[in-house]
Ligand binder design. Structure first.
Ligand SMILES: [Cu+2]
Length: 149
């Protein structure tokens, strides 16, 4: 009995963990140009993954908008350059840019938006970065995303 109890407990915990693997996450775009969290691990057991972005500030999207844009880490610099050229009418993202793996619309303070993308779009071992494409936000407003190995 004494030796079997920990095994039973471990089995219960593992079963609970398997059921709990969340296929969605809330990300806050906070005043001070910060994302919370700034690191996301996508469970490989998920078919689709949803990011819900919440702009917790008060500024309009014209003054200090936030969005959530996912690229491979090595693509982000060029995606940003092309996005700035595309301008505000395209929310600082080049239309049809295939390097953008997922994105929400640009939000103003108090607004929320979700994006769902297929986990098959991600590769284990590949580094991904998410950022806000509003001008001058991305230097601080970025995080890393990885597929759970
Ligand atoms: Cu922003």
């Amino acid at each position: 009995m004494q030796s079997r109890l920990p095994l039973t407990l471990a089995a219960l915990l593992m079963a609970g963990a398997a059921h709990a693997a969340p296929c969605s996450i809330d990300v806050e775009g906070r005043p001070g140009k910060q994302f919370g969290p700034d690191r996301i691990v996508v469970p490989s057991t998920c078919k689709d993954f949803t990011v819900r972005l919440i702009h917790t500030g008060r500024n309009s999207k014209e003054k200090a908008g936030h969005n959530w844009v996912l690229t491979r880490t090595e693509d982000i610099d060029q995606v940003m350059v092309d996005g700035i050229k595309a301008g505000a009418e395209h929310e600082f993202l080049a239309p049809g840019d295939a390097r953008i793996l997922a994105r929400t619309p640009m939000l103003g303070g108090g607004e929320t938006a979700s994006v769902t993308f297929p986990v098959a779009r991600l590769r284990a071992g590949q580094s991904y970065t998410y950022y806000c494409s509003f001008p001058a936000h991305a230097q601080h407003m970025r995080g890393t995303l990885a597929l759970q190995p």
